[in-house]
Write a new protein. Sequence first.
Length: 131
Amino acid sequence: RVVGVELIEDAVIAARRNAELSGRANVTFLAGDMKVALTSDGIVDATGSLVAGKPDLIVVDPPRDGMHPDVVRGIIGLMPVRLVYVSCNPSTLARDTALLTAGGYRMTRAVPVDMFPQTAHVEVVAAFERV
């Protein structure tokens, strides 16, 4: 089962449509803020209703500012076994890595991805495991 949480409503609408066109029945997309959606019990919707329990894997793709400290605390509180972090800003990845490390995670791999050739911009996909 997959639960996606996205702040931008249009992105949620597009994701729902894509899942429908792909025949994916095991996905749920929520419009909302990760600071609110992540609770100690799992992931909740805008009404506070539990949508999913504690996940085994969380994939985050935060904005250039990185993850809000409340989101980092929420992830650590949920204690997923694995975390994948897609970063467009190495300095905020480094900052968030320090927070995740202090919370019981270790980075096991980081791979740069050149999505914008002939520019200085490089995405980094980092894998973390709970220790």
